[in-house]
Design a protein around this ligand. Structure first.
Ligand code: DGL
Length: 270
């Protein structure tokens, strides 16, 4: 009954933590494509091919359902995969929709027309590829009207996290928040639209100020997944073992992941 979680690297571990707490009976198989991270500076075709490779590997591990715990892959590859590649007995889901449903205060799966919502000014922090795709704005426009989104491409942040350089990552966050504030001085809410960024949530909140509500995805995705599995119990795959797979150096990735998660994480070659 395994479920797969895919990310370009370590960021998806923020989602793993939340889904494991919410669904302790489900074994999760994690795939981090650390060898090819960051995805945020790659083009859409490249992201599509790399994501397909990771998803196929998770299917081989008995995960019929794979969550792309990566906004960049969700933005640049998911729709194309769902339309032309995913077989009928498998599912691949992304991380945008639960976040947008929370922002727009909708129930899961509410397909009614878009309507006015309380939020008017939203700052989106994401990777360059996610920002370029405009996927967040597109999904939001299906559900809400009158929301002004200002997006800030946060170059360098994922690399700094993958390298374990917290000081550089925090300095980059401050400068990206300043750049955003030059375009939108008073956002009501800020969306951390990259699964690596919750690791820096205190830095985002400090730079934005206490009055800005910061949304990050992990708990929203966990709630959405629990709801999905209740409605589609057949989508838990035949796999029984929890596992952590990486395309990078397993010893190095295990030690980085252990530091992030503050518990022992042992990765094996993908
Ligand atoms: N965690 C990925 C995301 O949510 C990071 C992408 C990257 O590798 O640049 O977008």
């Amino acid at each position: 009954m395994a479920v797969g979680l895919f990310d370009s690297g370590l960021g998806g571990l923020t989602v793993l933590d939340a889904v494991e707490k919410r669904l302790p009976e489900v074994p999760f198989v994690y795939y981090g494509d650390n060898l090819h991270a960051p995805y945020g500076v790659r083009d859409a075709d490249d992201i599509y091919e790399l994501t397909k490779r990771g998803v196929e590997r998770l299917w081989q591990s008995g995960c019929d359902l794979v969550i792309l715990a990566c906004n960049t892959a969700s933005a640049a590859a998911l729709r194309r995969m769902q339309e032309a590649w995913v077989p009928r007995d498998k599912r691949v889901l992304g991380v945008f929709v639960p976040l947008i449903e929370a922002l727009t205060e909708r129930q899961w799966g509410d397909n009614s027309p878009p309507r006015e919502v309380a939020l008017k000014h939203v700052a989106l922090f994401a990777t360059p590829a996610t920002v370029a795709s405009r996927a967040f704005q597109r999904e939001l426009a299906f559900r809400a009207i009158g929301v002004d989104v200002e997006a800030q491409a946060c170059g360098g942040v994922v690399d700094a996290i993958e390298e374990g350089d917290q000081i550089l990552a925090e300095a980059l966050v401050r400068s990206h928040v300043e750049a955003l504030q030059r375009k939108m001085p008073r956002p009501q809410a800020a969306v951390l639209g990259c699964t690596h960024y919750p690791l820096l949530e205190p830095a985002f909140q400090a730079a934005l100020g206490p009055e800005v509500q910061v949304y990050s995805q992990a708990n929203l995705v966990a709630a959405s997944l629990a709801d999905y599995l209740q409605r589609h119990p057949g989508m838990v795959g035949p796999g029984r073992e929890r596992a952590f797979l990486t395309t990078g150096d397993p010893a190095r990735i295990s030690s980085r992941a252990t530091a992030f998660m503050r518990r022992e994480m042992v990765f094996q070659p993908a």
